[in-house]
Design a protein around this ligand. Structure first.
Ligand code: BGC
Length: 565
């Protein structure tokens, strides 16, 4: 598929250093992901095609023209495979089919064909760390009893204590409480996530072969790439079993040397080298992006003989502070360049509080993003959040590399903090004994129209209710309004496509409170983090996130400009 045809040079400079040319290359079809804008579709909440209140693949197909109007490069679908949906589909019961509530394989094939006809690429999710407990392998393991070959595809162990009634280790699961669950015959199985998501044993040949079959199955159907869920968890060393003092998963930044029993182990890379050989059987090779660790070790997953790219989650936890932003973007760009890859920027996704709400939290809030969506009342100042969100979106889109957008951010949707408790449907809520509300506030269905039982999402109320404020934020309400957030995103994305001709990135001498850098062809990004207006140099303004007045960049505003010489 040829949507773009241009020459890319890879040139990166870092603050205080002479720009270094890292080589020139053609951006071939196989490299499309290096600077792609990818739109994340949380299938359950995007658009409902069959009137059951749950989003589905026909719903996505019906909205493809809208997606094309955003000028994105690709869509990423969160899991749509057969699943009890305990974790929204990240609990897969069959890797090579479609959950009936989401449609059929024929719908999927239509979706791929339609995407490609419209010049959009498609990425699907691969959940390889665990299956659902409803997967036939796990059901067989339960039936077969201790020490059976069927149990060996998972991680079953005897417990500790005189009656084996204590879990084998003190490890915690991601969604709260122990990472071990006891079965009827007394053995325990490991689950780093929910207890309905048993971890696979990646030393087992069946597990490896099955996943390679899955990669081929979806690649043969035409998908362009894969998002690899929990990539850092696949390799485990359980002999001998060791406690970790409760460090995993929430103190995982301490586990940076490749030797933790279940987290970011060095052997995990051998798995991805095998996957890369499969992905390279295709022309163009299938792309892959790892959801992996947050520190510089993320780029190990992005090596050319592994997945190619690894999410740069670093922007998620940053407060409103220019020095932190400058340091973070500069070091991430430099680390990715050194590893031969590009950054994969993210401001929001289905696991974290939406950024327009997050950016309005009072100064001093603990911004551990993975724990933020705990519900907050009253809501923070959304006007401030909206202004900052626009400014940082423009900043993100000015950076070299690729950017992942999360459905609804282009409408300026806030986090919904006050969902009825009886409707919450995520594992954090359940496993924390209903003390942590979890992620549903970022997963409320998209409003398409200002009226109707779910604002055009479905012909009936959606699986989560939308607040009345969603009417004015709906696509139809914003579509024809030039100043809307939706049209701001469209303009920004189209401008980016024109301006982002290479990977050059040069931080500028700093004006106090401003993050400024220039890109190839000499255009510049200026973001004002300070509380005062900042005078701009004589320049042609390409785009700004809020109106400028008399050559002054107001607080919480980003401008793209080209200097007059
Ligand atoms: C996904 C989550 C999911 C978890 C377990 C993640 O990182 O993004 O939504 O709960 O993996 O599969």
């Amino acid at each position: 598929m040829h949507r773009r045809n241009r020459t890319n040079s890879v040139l990166v400079s870092i603050a205080g250093a002479t720009p270094q040319v890292a080589g020139r290359r053609e951006l071939s079809d196989g490299d499309w992901w290096r600077d792609a804008v990818v739109y994340q579709i949380y299938v359950r909440s995007f658009a409902d095609g069959n009137g059951d209140g749950v989003g589905d693949l026909p719903g996505v197909i019906s909205r493809l023209e809208y997606l094309r109007s955003l000028d994105i490069d690709a869509i990423w679908l969160t899991p749509f495979y057969p699943s009890p949906l305990v974790d929204g589909g990240y609990d897969v019961a069959d890797y090579r089919n479609v959950e009936p509530r989401f449609g059929t394989l024929e719908d999927f094939d239509t979706l791929v064909a339609e995407c490609h006809r419209l010049g959009l690429r498609i990425i699907v999710d691969i959940v390889a760390n665990h299956t659902s407990d409803q997967h036939p392998w796990f059901q067989e393991a339960l039936r077969s009893g201790p020490n059976s070959p069927a149990r060996d595809r998972y991680i079953f162990r005897d417990g500790r204590g005189a009656h084996s009634d204590l879990p084998p280790t003190d490890w915690n699961s991601w969604f709260s409480a122990s990472a071990w669950e006891r079965v009827e015959d007394g053995q325990w199985y490991l689950h780093l996530f929910d207890r309905t998501q048993p971890d696979l044993n990646w030393d087992h040949a069946d597990v490896q072969a099955n996943l390679e079959r899955t990669l081929r199955f979806w690649s043969d159907r035409g998908v362009d790439g894969f998002r690899v869920d929990a990539a850092h968890g696949l390799a485990k060393d359980l002999s001998p079993l060791r406690d970790d003092g409760g460090r995993y998963p929430f103190r995982r930044h301490e586990l940076v040397d490749g030797t933790h029993p279940v987290y970011d182990r060095d052997e995990v890379h051998e798995i991805f080298r095998r996957w890369r050989r499969v992905l390279n059987e295709y022309d163009p090779p299938r792309a892959a992006v790892a959801e992996a660790v947050e520190g510089p070790r993320r780029n190990l997953y992005a090596r050319a003989d592994e997945l190619g790219q690894s999410f740069t989650f670093n922007l998620l936890g940053l407060g409103w502070d220019v020095d932190t932003w400058r340091h973070t973007v500069t070091s991430c760009v430099e680390e990715a360049r050194a590893a031969g890859t590009t950054c994969t920027w993210v401001l929001s996704n289905h696991d974290v509080m939406r950024h327009m709400t997050r950016l309005a939290l009072p100064d001093g809030t603990d911004l551990d993003v993975w724990k933020l969506n705990e519900g907050r009342d009253p809501l923070p100042d959304l006007e401030l959040g909206s202004r900052r969100a626009r400014a940082l979106t423009l900043l993100m889109l000015a950076l070299p590399g690729s950017a992942y957008l999360y459905q609804g951010e282009e409408l300026g949707l806030p986090e919904v903090p006050d969902l009825p408790r009886e409707l919450l449907d995520n594992p954090t809520w359940d496993r924390s004994g209903h003390t942590r509300v979890g992620t549903d506030g970022a997963r409320v269905p998209i409003p398409w129209t200002p009226h109707g039982p779910s604002y055009g999402f479905s012909s009936v109320p959606g699986w989560l209710p939308q607040p009345a404020s969603f009417a004015a934020l709906s696509v139809a309400a914003q579509d024809g309004c030039p100043d809307s957030t939706l049209n701001f995103y469209r303009t920004a994305l189209t401008s980016r496509r024109r301006l982002n001709v290479d990977e050059q990135f040069t931080p500028s001498e700093s004006v106090e409170g401003v993050l400024a850098f220039s890109r190839g062809n000499g255009w510049e990004n200026w973001t004002n983090f300070s509380e005062q207006g900042v005078s701009l140099p004589p320049a042609h303004v390409l785009l700004s996130s809020a109106p400028l007045r008399d050559g002054v960049l107001p607080p919480a505003t980003t401008v793209w400009l080209r200097r007059q010489r």
